[in-house]
Design a protein around this ligand. Structure first.
Ligand code: PEP
Ligand code: MN
Length: 455
């Protein structure tokens, strides 16, 4: 139960500093401020209940502090971009189930608690490399995620529409409601792990999963026979994360926690700044520096050690373990060269950040038939490189951040149940970046569990 004081939040209209970002360079936003429904949409969001509570957010920060100290592992996964139509019970449960299966493999394989977090219930806004897209001589605004505009290439659909923020809020609320029901209502009961992978048995990764599930099942039955009741096996904590890209939305969902008087973004537990919006003097980093949530920052191969240290000074001035997570996305070809100087500089500064590998965004290629894809081998290689670098430097490889789904899609090439380009036409569903499918996700979890247990 949450104590009553923990769920009381007040509006943040006049809180000092929360509007400073409006005066700073702000990239990747739609031009919609003069839209007739902009003000009413923001007002509606500001009056809506928070999606998450400050007490939960603080608990996550304590969990992440344990990750920073090398005592737990962080698993983040979900769609590149959620879609409104994709928020069905089947798809949400498949994704949560896959993340929980990955977490089981990691927990059991590495004997470490796993902090589970979805790129879910709010991951609707996308940064784009260009403001406009041209097809056959027609130029329209780029698709910026369904919180901003539609994917279809028509003028009407690509027009930014602020009412979409309200729809994104409502879709996030129903997604989070289902996730909470699944993870707290018995669905995540470890005693049911063997039932989770019906229909996926022929794949090698699944044969290994079956074996682990069988071992856990025997251990749990043994404890039950001895009269031991573990509440911890029946339900699990699951946190919601997304990129804090659309500052109109995040500002409208910021609330003041009545216990502490501090501002929290209440659209999700964990928010991150993307590679394109992490400028030290830009609006996004300023805004994130002023809220009390745990914060992530994506770091690409051009990041300098000085930038990493300046981000720590700005976002984690009190050096609070759990506050700051660096999510590196270097590319398989770069990680062994580009990551060490950053890790060394941070280590030598004494700051305790969580280091997470995102092996997806540095490894995106275009397939011969035009699809945006990633090779599973490249993704795996970046993960291996991440563990090698941390092993060599004596630092802790704290987590994994993947774009994945619980469905049997064909978006990334390879895996032990090989996906090739010919499968894309029938089974490529992602609106933006290619995701690992269910089998590829499990295979990834086994690789990471092995690397962790070797430490
Ligand atoms: C993403 O996570 O979908 C993304 C756009 O990542 P990055 O900011 O690292 O490019
Ligand atoms: Mn992506």
């Amino acid at each position: 139960m949450t104590a009553p004081g923990e769920i009381l939040h007040t509006g943040a209209a006049d809180y000092p500093g929360l509007d400073e970002w409006r005066r700073l360079p702000l990239s990747q936003q739609p031009a919609w401020h003069s839209h007739p429904e902009f003000e009413s949409s923001v007002a509606e969001l500001s009056a809506n209940p928070p999606l998450v509570f400050a007490g939960e957010v603080d608990k996550l920060k304590r969990r992440l502090a344990r990750v920073a100290q090398g005592e737990a592992f962080l698993l983040q996964g979900g769609d590149c971009a959620e879609s409104f139509d994709g928020a069905t019970a089947d798809k949400i449960s498949a994704r949560v189930k896959t993340l929980l299966q990955m977490a089981v493999v990691l927990t059991y394989g590495a004997s470490l608690p796993v902090v589970k977090m979805g790129r879910m219930a709010g991951q609707f806004a996308k940064p784009r490399s260009s403001d406009e897209e041209t097809r056959d001589g027609v130029t329209l605004p780029s698709f910026r995620g369904e919180i901003v505009n539609g994917f279809d290439f028509t003028r009407e659909s690509r027009e930014p529409d602020p009412r979409r923020m309200v729809k994104a809020y409502n879709t996030s609320a129903s997604t989070l409601n289902l996730v909470r029901a699944f993870t707290e209502g018995g669905f995540a009961d470890l005693r049911a792990v063997q039932q989770w992978n019906k229909g996926f048995m022929e794949n090698p990764a699944h044969a290994r999963y079956e074996q682990i599930a069988g071992e856990i099942d025997r251990a749990v039955r043994f404890m039950e026979a001895c009269g031991v009741e573990f509440e911890g096996l029946k339900r699990t904590e699951f946190y919601a994360a997304h990129e804090a890209l659309l500052l109109d939305y995040e500002r409208a969902l910021t609330r003041i926690d009545s216990r502490t008087g501090e501002p929290y973004i209440t659209s999700g537990h964990f928010l991150w700044a993307g590679e394109r919006t992490r400028d030290l003097d830009g609006a996004h980093i300023d805004y994130l520096s002023r809220v009390h949530n745990p914060i992530g920052v994506k770091l690409g191969p051009k990041t300098t050690p000085e930038e990493a240290l300046a981000l720590i000074d700005k976002l984690d001035p009190h050096r609070e373990p759990g506050r700051l997570t660096f999510i590196t996305r270097m590319g398989a070809a770069n990680i062994r060269e580009k990551l060490p100087p950053l890790v060394e500089a941070v280590r030598d500064s004494g700051a305790q950040v969580v280091w997470v590998t995102d092996p997806m965004h540095g490894n995106t290629i275009t397939a011969k038939n035009g699809y945006k894809t990633r090779r599973f081998d490249d993704v795996m290689d970046e993960v291996r490189g991440f563990f090698e670098v941390h092993r060599a430097l004596g630092t802790y490889p704290g987590g994994l951040h993947v774009e994945m789904t619980g469905d049997d899609v064909a978006e990334c090439l390879g895996g032990s149940d090989v996906i090739d380009e010919s499968a894309f036409d029938g089974r490529y569903e992602s609106l933006v970046d290619p995701r690992l499918n269910h089998k590829q996700s499990l295979e990834m979890a086994f690789l990471v569990a092995e690397a962790l247990s070797r430490r």
